[in-house]
Every structure is written in C-alpha cells, then in structure tokens.
Design a protein around this ligand. Sequence first.
Ligand code: ADP
Length: 455
Amino acid sequence: MEQATFPRASAPESLALRELQAAREIAQAFLTADRPTEVYRLALERVSALIGAAFGCVFLRAPGDPDPGLFRVVAAYNWPQAYAVYLSEMRVRSGNGPTGRAVAENRIVEVFDIFADPALEDWWDSARELGFSSSVSLPVTLRGEPIGAITFYFRERDELCEGDRSLLRLVADQLSATAEKAHLIDDLQRANARLREQNVELEARYHEAEEARRLKGEFLANVSHELRTPLTAILGYTYLLREGLSGALADEQAAAVEKIETAGTALMGLINDLLDLTHLRLGRTPAEPEMCDAVALSRAALSTLPPPPPHLEVRTEFPGGPVFVYTDPGQVVRVLRNLLSNAFKFTATGTVTLRVRTVDIGPRGGFDEFREARSSSVVWEVEDTGIGIAEEDQERIFDEFRQVDGSATRRYGGTGLGLALSRGLARQLGGDVTVRSAPGEGSLFTLALPAARRA
Ligand code: ADP
C-alpha cells in the first residue's frame, strides 16, 4: 500500500554527516562530470548506500522520442546482471506505477509495501524475483516540468528518517539541475556541430572563390600578354609609316596613321596596367626594397613623364638633403608617375606641386635606433588645382576601372586602373595612397610609406 509518509526516525549525527558528504560529492560531480549519466550513477550509488536501498534507477524521457509520455532507464545502480536486458528495454509510462506517478504528479511517491497494493499487481512477479518490496520515487524536472524520475527499491520495509528525506529532495534537485545542464550542453553541442558544418561549407566556398579568382587572374594575365605581342607589331609598323620609312604619306593617310597610333598607344596602356594589376594580385610583383632617397625617386618620376600642358606650372617642394626610405624604388616611381600624370590630366590651368616630407608617428627620444626608425614615415604629396573630386567618389576611384565620370575616358583618356594599381603597390610596400579633394578646388593625393624596414 502506498503511504503518504514514512515513519520518522531521528538521524544519528554520523549519518547526517555522511549525507552531507554524499550531497557534496554529487554537487562536485555535477560541476565536473562530462556526461549527465556520471552524475546520475554517482547519485544512485551514494544515496542507495545511505538510505539502505537495494537498487536504484533514473528514468528520463528519451530525447527525440515521439511519445513524450514514455520514460526509459538512463542509469541504474546494483541492478542484478541477469536482468540487465530487461532494464534496457523497460519503459515507464507517465501516470503508471510509482515512477510514472512521480512524473505525472510532480511529487515524491513512496510505496511502503508493494504487495499490499492491488493496483501494483503487475509488479509483484518482478518484485518477488528481484527481491524488493518497497520504493520511493522522486520527480526530475527541467525548467519546472517533470521529465523523469529517480526511483529507489528496498528489500525490507525500510524506514526513512527526516535526514534521508531531505537528502532525497536535495538529490532530486541536483538531478534536475544535471538534466538542465545536459539539456544546455546538448543545445550547445548541436549549435557547435551546426557551426562546424557551416564552417566547413564556408571554407570550401572560400577555396572555390579563391581558385576562381586565381583562374580569372591567370586568364587575364595570359590574354593581356597575348594581346601585347601583336599590338607591339601594329605600333611598330605605324611608327615606320608615320616616319615615312615606307614612302611619304598623303595628308589623309598621315591623319589615319596618327589615329591608329593614338588608339594603339591607349590600348597598350590599358593592357600594361591590366597586366601589372593582375600580376600584383597574383603576388608576382614582389617588392625588392633597398635604401633610397625619396627626393631622387621624385625627380626620377618627374623626368619620365611627358612635359605638362603649357598652362600648367609644376612645382617641387623638397627638403634640403636626401630623405632616406627603405623601399622598392621602381614601384614608388610607378605610383608617383600615376599620381602626377593624373594631376596633369585633370588640371587644365594652375599648378601641380610635388612635395616630400617626413612624418614622426610616435614619440621620439629614449628609444633605440630601430624603434625610432619605425616611428617615422616618408610622405609624398601630389597637389593640384584641377577639377577636384566629390566626397562620395573619393573612395570609389581606387576601385578597378572606376572613373568619376564614365565619359571621362573619352574626355581625359585613361583606363581607371591607375589608382587601383597605385594603392595596391603602396599597400604591398607597407603604406597607402589616400586623397583629400574638393570639386573645383583641386586634389591632394598622398603616398605614405614607412621610412624603415618593417619588423
Ligand atoms: P584613369 O586616370 O586612368 O582614369 P585612375 O585610376 O588613375 O584612372 O583614376 C580614376 C579616376 O579618379 C579618374 O578617372 C578620375 O575620375 C579620378 N581622378 C584621379 N586623379 C584625379 C585628380 N588628380 N583630379 C581629379 N580626378 C582625379
């Protein structure tokens, strides 16, 4: 017959201490165990020994089970080996038997004598075989909702003292917390697994995109190279025609040849820029740094440019002596040429100024030579009084093929690749190209590079 309470017995002090010890061990297991079953098993083992239970089982709802009213054994203590299979197949339905009722009613259910309760007749055979006659079941809850129960089985009609009962309540709470933790860990593991899968997929997509980018680069490099060869021949023969080496040309013929030459030269410029940019992106234009003089590099860039238009004054503002910079001289000249030729192109009248100066980034003094050198930059400024660039276009012009005004190609010529290439080269050298500008007032393009070798 099921009883509302067990006869009380006062716990000797040593037992209370052992109960406390068990509660501590279970709490410890809760904090450190990797799997919830470890906590369930420890709880069953320790508590069974303390309250004199012969066996114990933890029943929980199977995750993913379509029937939420069925519970199976997730941990057992001292269950006879011969009945192990029976245990693994055992299912308890919510509301049925003491365990099922503990779940359904979300309360402790104590059965003092199984054989005295005809409602438990189904149990009698197994109880006789296994040798138990009473039980106590406690609900295990998840966020307040019962999701299973822990049941202890006793051989004798045991009496539980108040200490035992509070230990049982403590253990039930601990197991509920364990179920909660297991649930959270499950959620976390599922989320982690999803993240891992997404990562693998992203990684694969990244590699595909990288490969596609590389192939596009290879293709562009090959096509550009193949275009350059016949174009060189076309320009060569055009030159011969223009120079009259194949006989004098009539005016009309000379005008046609000039048009071919202009178009051919523009095309050659585009192909060269495209090839350079592609090689830079493919990492085939490594920097070859050496100690240089920034002023000498500026002069070299100016000297290789065609003379500026007649109404344009070109000024230079250089420090008195050399300005040392550890960089790739060819690549710096390339960037300066691009910036200067743009300044010439977009300034009909006025001035273009090329300036060199050093900038101290960090505090000076008190540092060793190496850190002091690292703290300064060399800056080239190309300032013009030309058409200027609107605020919203100032970042876009560094994109490939990007010109402020699409019709600019026709008006000013150019490919829209110069600034993309210049910035790419500058960044490869550890610096950058930036712009400050106002429409109608002019532009200031800055190439800033570290003065000394980067650490
Ligand atoms: P390109 O000059 O061959 O068109 P760039 O990449 O060098 O290509 O420049 C991109 C665009 O940036 C130019 O078409 C122009 O619209 C703008 N730009 C560059 N330099 C200047 C400048 N100094 N003044 C005004 N606009 C400029």
